[in-house]
Design a protein around this ligand. Structure first.
Ligand code: SF4
Length: 352
C-alpha cells in the first residue's frame, strides 16, 4: 500500500489488519468510520486514554506576536481539563489526570496530551525536557502535541521526528479551514499557506499528523466545508478531529452570537455535513473526533452539543439511512478538492 502522508504507520496498520483488499478492519468490526479509540486499540492492544497536560504555553495570536485576543472562539479553560486546574509539574499533572480518568474507566495506559494553547511555541531547549518528562511517566505510552502550523520551525520538527523514532507521537495542527477569509474572521493570525508549508516539512518524519477542522464557520457554504476536509486529505494528514463551531463564555464569538451576528449550525445540518465529509475521507484516515463540547459552566451554545450521545446516535443514524461509511465517496471528494484548491489559489494568491 502506498501513502502520501507525513507518516504511513497508522495507515499501514489499518491496511494490515484489513480482512481483505477492500474492507478495512474497522468496517469489518461494524464501525461506520475509522474511530480513534479503535485505531489506538489496534496499535496498543488495549484501550488508551489521553491525559491532558498544560505546559503553560501561550499562542502567537494571544501574546501580540501575530495578533492579540486569540482565536475568536477560544477560551482555553473551556476545552482543556488541565487548564481548569492549578498547574503542577508535568508528572504531577499526569498523575492527577490518570487518577481522574480511573474514577470512571479501568484505564491502564495513557497518551500525554499537550493540549492547551500552542505546545511547540518555545525553543527546543525548553520543549525537549517537557516532552521527556511526560514520556518518562511509567504509564505513558505515547504523546500528542497540539499546535499551530506557523509554530513548527525545522528545529522543532527535528525534535518531534527524533521523539517519533522511539514512541508514538501525534502532532495536531489547528487547520480549522482552508479558507483564508475564515482564518481572518477567527483572528487566527496565519493563513492556509502556513498549513501547506508545515505539512510539506512534516512529511516523512515518523509522526502522525492530525488536522483539526471546524464545520459551520460563518459564511462557509457546504462545498467550502467539504473542500477544507478534502484539502486536509490532499495535504496528507493521517487523522482529523472535526467539530461544529460552538461558543463558550468570555469570547468574542459569545458576544457575536448574543448580538445575532453569528448563527451557529443546527444539529441536523451539522450531522449531514459531517457525514458528507466522512464519506469523502479515505478509509485509512483516522477520525479522532466528530463532535465538540465544553463544560456546561463555560458553554453558550448551540445547546444540542451538550448531549453528545445524541449527536453520536444521529451520526450513526445518518450513516445507516444512507447505508454508507467513511470513504464511500472518497474518489469523488478528491476530484472536487483538486478543483477547490485551484479555485482557492486563484482567490487567495496562495503560494503553494
Ligand atoms: S491557536 Fe488554539 S489555543 Fe491559541 S487562541 Fe487559537 S484556538 Fe486557542
Amino acid at each position: 500500500m502506498t501513502t502520501s502522508g507525513p507518516t504511513s504507520a497508522l495507515q499501514a496498520s489499518a491496511a494490515d489488519s484489513s480482512t481483505d483488499d477492500l474492507t478495512p478492519a474497522w468496517r469489518a468490526a461494524g464501525l461506520r468510520y475509522y474511530a480513534y479509540n479503535y485505531s489506538l486499540r489496534q496499535r496498543f492492544g488495549q484501550r488508551i486514554h489521553k491525559v491532558s497536560v498544560d505546559a503553560g504555553f501561550t499562542c502567537p495570536n494571544v501574546d501580540g506576536t501575530v495578533a492579540t485576543g486569540g482565536c475568536t472562539f477560544c477560551d482555553n479553560r473551556s476545552f482543556s481539563p488541565s487548564r481548569r486546574l492549578p498547574r503542577q509539574n508535568i508528572a504531577g499533572q499526569i498523575d492527577e489526570g490518570i487518577r481522574r480518568i480511573q474514577l470512571r474507566y479501568t484505564a491502564k495506559r495513557f497518551l500525554a496530551y499537550f493540549q492547551p494553547a500552542t505546545n511547540t511555541y518555545a525553543a527546543v531547549e525548553r520543549l525537549r525536557p517537557l516532552y521527556e518528562q511526560a514520556l518518562a511517566h511509567p504509564l505513558v505510552v505515547g504523546m500528542a502535541v497540539g499546535t499551530r502550523s506557523d509554530c513548527v520551525g525545522d528545529d522543532v520538527l527535528d525534535l518531534l521526528g527524533e521523539i517519533a523514532q522511539h514512541t508514538y507521537l501525534s502532532v495536531e495542527y489547528g487547520m480549522q479551514t482552508m479558507h483564508d477569509r475564515s482564518l481572518d474572521w477567527m483572528n487566527r493570525g496565519h493563513r492556509h499557506d502556513a498549513m501547506i508549508d508545515a505539512m510539506q516539512r512534516s512529511r516523512g518524519r515518523g509522526f502522525e499528523v492530525c488536522a483539526h477542522l471546524i464545520l459551520g464557520l460563518p459564511g462557509e457554504s457546504h462545498d467550502d466545508m467539504l473542500a477544507s476536509a478534502q484539502e486536509a486529505v490532499r495535504l496528507g494528514v493521517d487523522a482529523v478531529k472535526i467539530h461544529n463551531l460552538y461558543a463558550v463564555k468570555n469570547t468574542p464569538l459569545a458576544d457575536q452570537v448574543a448580538a445575532g451576528e453569528v448563527e451557529l449550525i443546527e444539529r441536523d445540518d451539522y450531522v449531514r455535513t459531517l457525514v458528507d465529509v466522512l464519506e469523502r475521507l479515505p478509509p485509512t484516515c483516522v477520525v479522532e473526533r466528530v463532535s465538540g463540547d465544553a463544560p456546561p459552566d463555560y458553554f453558550v451554545g448551540p445547546s444540542w452539543c451538550l448531549d453528545k450521545p445524541a449527536v453520536l446516535r444521529a451520526i450513526e443514524s445518518e450513516f445507516a439511512r444512507r447505508d454508507s461509511w467513511q470513504g464511500a465517496k472518497a474518489a469523488v471528494g478528491l476530484r472536487n478538492t483538486e478543483l477547490a484548491v485551484q479555485k482557492s489559489k486563484c482567490q487567495t494568491g496562495s503560494r503553494s
